[in-house]
Design a protein around this ligand. Structure first.
Ligand code: GLA
Length: 731
């Protein structure tokens, strides 16, 4: 382990390092943990290069007999900062002490280094499969007057440019109750400099677009108060050098392994230093910590790259694919599916669906997914959420009867559910009107006519787990799409006293995670797909339970280029799904060719979302060819390295196998021009010494030729054109 984490007793410096990165901090005056460095590996650090001392105007000092005026919490880069004791920048945690004060200061008490990576109780987290893969440093700090303790967790992997961080607060058994008002997962202080911050804002049907801003003086927050990750602001940001791009420059990624309210806050201070604090959003959050109790924060994954955004993305992709996603499907190719949502919406029955299944079989599609509307009497979105029993009008012979039909056609059978929700018109609501989040004396706000179940309550979870188990125990369901179609408001739980209502949102998340853990463990053969009105809950925490998620309710190929581009910043393409739908598109009205729709959807976990019985003969041939082609390239798409090459009016991205013997290039040209320039796309990630053959034309190119000279894109007199190239090394 010493090869990964070292502590130098003389200099009091901790150094976490592998071949790629170093993370360094020191025990400073009074036991304060001063941050020294995060970045490219430094093998030769001797512990002498420290944060300089300087008396700054109006900076407070430590309350000791002989204060050192050059040492101030107001300027020192730190590992964990508090509010209330002379650090005026954003804090990592805020504690309301028993006497009502917010003062606290955590100082070093002890540390230990353990092999591997401990699990986080009740929370999703990156994991190891053998203790040799990583080492974890646990530094215990203490607020001496209140004796409150915190364990700071730092895991470094042997062969990944990743540091995993989290904090566990502990109140000693004989101490009075204190209240956590903020408990971030990570604080990361950067030296003075000129930085950019990348974030992934969006909206329903328009998720995760790349936003790049200058980090200026003051405080900027990227957050969700919607009770969930949200379409509006993903829980990832990156700080970068001003000129960093896809292939060059310093990039520091900060990703939360969490699916609830989050805040990633960036502050540039008076002397150009930048602090990032990331974790559960403190807005509306409080947590009572009684004597003897603990509070574990979610995990944050820090990634460093000195080679731009692609290298950062590849580190996240490999980590999420190999050590966040779990279960049977982690390493398995995902089936090509057809989903009936955009084909039928709520208007279907078994007789109407069978021909779609027949058509799917003929085209080589591997799974049929029955979407919203199969249960209760749900003919529109006003009813029946909470009643997970089949609608006997739509399926007079039962759901199993239809699933058997699907299976007999050689397809897997998948089913949509929205277990966190309740309609007022439901048997569940009539029996348990107190099951939803609602503030006493106030009418809860509907959204899509529905309300949110209080999953912080054990009895509510047991009801839902029971209903879903009744379905899954019948053994005919191969796949579940777990949807969530509104955000959380009217936050109040009948199970908690008035003083603890600030705990509801995080308790909801812990309850949801417990439910997901129970069901995914009990039904390990089911493929679980996450969804929240499209991509409202694509985050690393959800990927721990759901190997794949629906990227967006917007299935327009051109909109999807931007959405999938942004999504790929953190999440590997085998964790997000993309379907070919009709043209003109149902969301945007745009017309695109089947080839363009196919190439966009094939760049992720592939499927169809249209009425296959309405395809013309020519389209049937094209779809059959797409399905057959995807089966060939699926291992490369789902398990290869993904590289973004271009975005704008021209998009290009590619996939390369680990041995660099195979590569796929997808290019897309959006709007055409009268006198178009010749556009060259340069590939990346190939072996410059290898010869690659284009499998369609048999033209041979050098790897260096494809990367340095690039390929001229053919001119076409049309908008929204695309090309797919498949190269194989021939020597
Ligand atoms: C959400 C999902 C869609 C579909 C509908 C059904 O919007 O993202 O794919 O399942 O719900 O109501």
């Amino acid at each position: 382990m010493a090869d990964l984490i070292a502590f130098d007793a003389k200099t009091q410096v901790f150094h976490l390092h592998n071949q790629q990165i170093s993370y360094i901090f020191a025990i400073e005056d009074g036991g304060v943990l001063g941050h020294l460095y995060f970045g490219q590996a430094v093998a030769g650090y001797h512990g002498e290069r420290r944060y300089p001392r300087k008396d700054r105007g109006f900076a407070g000092n430590l309350p000791v007999a002989e204060p050192e005026r050059g040492f101030s919490l107001d300027t020192l880069p730190q590992e964990i900062s508090s509010r209330g004791e002379a650090d005026f920048r954003i804090p990592a945690f805020v504690i309301r002490q028993a006497d009502g004060a917010q003062a606290s200061r955590f100082v070093y008490a002890s540390h230990r280094i353990v092999p591997g990576k401990p699990k986080l109780p009740g929370l999703p987290a990156a994991y190891v499969e053998s203790p040799d893969e990583a080492a974890t440093l646990i530094v215990t700090v203490v607020d001496q007057p209140s004796r409150l303790q915190a364990d700071l967790y730092y895991t470094i992997y042997r062969d990944r440019a990743v540091i995993a961080r989290s904090v566990c607060f502990r109140n000693p058994a004989d101490q009075p109750v204190v209240t956590l008002e903020q408990a971030a997962s990570v604080q990361l202080d950067f030296p003075a400099g000129d930085y950019r911050v990348l974030s992934l804002p969006g909206a329903h049907a328009n998720e995760r677009h790349l936003q790049k801003e200058v980090v200026g003086y003051g405080i900027k927050q990227f957050a969700s108060t919607r009770g969930t990750t949200s379409h509006q602001m993903n829980n990832f940001i990156a700080l970068t050098a001003p000129d960093a791009d896809e292939f060059h420059g310093d990039v520091y990624g900060i990703d939360l392994v969490y699916s609830g309210n989050h805040a990633l806050t960036v502050e540039k201070d008076q002397i150009d230093q930048v602090r990032v604090v990331a974790g559960i959003n403190p807005a509306g959050f409080t947590w009572e910590l009684a004597g003897g109790a603990e509070f574990q924060t979610p995990e944050a994954l820090l990634v460093y790259s000195h080679q731009g955004l692609n290298a950062m993305s590849q580190t996240y992709h490999r980590l999420i694919r190999e050590r966040v996603v779990r279960g049977r499907y982690r390493d398995q190719e995902r089936p090509i599916l057809v989903n009936n949502w955009e084909a039928t919406y709520f208007d279907f029955n078994e007789a109407k669906l069978r021909p779609i299944v027949d058509a799917a079989k003929k085209l080589g599609i591997e799974m049929f997914v029955l979407d919203d509307g199969w249960f209760g009497h749900r003919d529109d979105d006003t009813t029946s959420l909470g009643d997970w029993v089949v609608d006997s009008h739509k399926f007079p012979l039962g759901l199993k009867h239809f699933a058997d039909y699907v299976h007999n056609q050689g397809l897997k059978f998948g089913l949509w559910v929205e277990p966190e929700m309740i309609s007022k018109d439901s048997d569940l609501y009539r029996a348990h009107p107190d099951y939803l989040l609602a503030v006493p004396g106030r009418a809860p706000s509907p959204s899509r006519f529905q309300y949110v179940l209080d999953l912080s309550r054990e009895d509510v979870r047991a009801n839902i787990a029971g209903q879903l188990s009744d379905l899954l125990d019948q053994g005919y369901i191969d796949y579940i799409k777990w949807d969530m179609n509104r955000h959380l408001s009217d936050i109040y739980s009948h199970a908690l006293p008035a003083a603890r209502q600030g705990e509801v949102l995080h308790r909801y998340m812990l309850g949801l995670y417990a439910l997901l853990e129970e069901l995914t463990t009990k039904y390990p053969d089911v493929l679980w797909e996450g969804c929240s009105g499209g991509g409202g809950r694509i985050d690393t925490g959800f990927a721990y339970y759901m190997p794949q998620s629906w990227t967006s309710d917007n299935t327009d190929a051109i909109s999807r280029l931007g959405i999938q581009y942004g999504t790929s910043l953190v999440y590997p393409p085998n964790t997000f799904t993309a379907h070919v739908s009709v043209s003109p598109n149902e969301q945007t009205g745009r017309s695109t060719s089947l080839a363009t729709r196919g190439n966009v959807a094939m760049s992720a976990v592939f499927g169809y979302e249209l009425d296959l019985t309405k395809l013309t003969k020519t389209e049937q041939k094209q779809v059959a060819a797409q399905v057959a082609a995807y089966k060939q390239i699926r291992p490369l798409i789902q398990f290869g390295h993904f590289l973004r090459l271009e975005s704008g009016n021209d998009y290009a991205w590619m996939f390369v196998s680990a041995d660099q013997n195979e590569a796929l290039l997808f290019t897309f040209h959006l709007l055409n021009n009268g006198q178009p320039a010749f556009h060259i796309v340069k590939m990346a990630g190939l072996d410059p010494a290898k010869q690659y053959e284009d499998t369609a034309t048999h033209t041979v190119y050098g790897g260096d030729e494809l990367m340095h000279m690039g390929l001229y894109q053919p001119l076409q007199r049309q908008d929204f054109t695309t090309h797919q190239y498949h190269f194989k090394a021939i020597n």
